[in-house]
Design a protein around this ligand. Structure first.
Ligand SMILES: [Zn+2]
Ligand SMILES: [Zn+2]
Length: 120
């Protein structure tokens, strides 16, 4: 069985800072990040987790109040050049990525606009 959620989540904003979430939302987001990590490990081991990932993130987007295009996932900005330690959560496809060692890290649209980091 394969289910792909094909409807976008529409709320009223495209990003929110982790520090601006309520404590319950922060706990929820942390759980989604852990679940995402576990699913990515399963994907590396050969499992097809696309539907689970999309469903978990669409649910999280609703819970956090963030717009999410159909089929996309949420990521937290990990900009290393930030004057204000950006921790925005936003749609992955809206972000740029830079290479930190051999790890790809997302940089949110606001950071890309102000101080795009191209990595090593
Ligand atoms: Zn930044
Ligand atoms: Zn950012």
């Amino acid at each position: 069985m394969s289910i792909t959620l094909d409807r976008p989540v529409r709320t009223h904003r495209t990003a929110i800072s982790h520090r601006d979430l309520t404590p319950i939302q922060q706990t929820g987001w942390n759980t989604v990040e852990e679940l995402t990590y576990d699913l990515e490990q399963a994907a590396h081991a050969g499992a097809n987790v696309a539907a689970e990932l999309v469903l978990a993130h669409a649910t999280a987007a609703q819970f956090l109040g963030i717009d999410l295009p159909a089929g996309d996932i949420l990521v937290q900005c990990s900009c290393i050049d930030c004057p204000d330690a950006c921790d925005r959560i936003t749609a992955f496809k809206a972000c740029a990525e830079y290479l930190d060692g051999n790890v790809q890290r997302p940089q949110c649209p606001a950071c890309v606009k102000d101080h795009r980091h191209y990595g090593d």
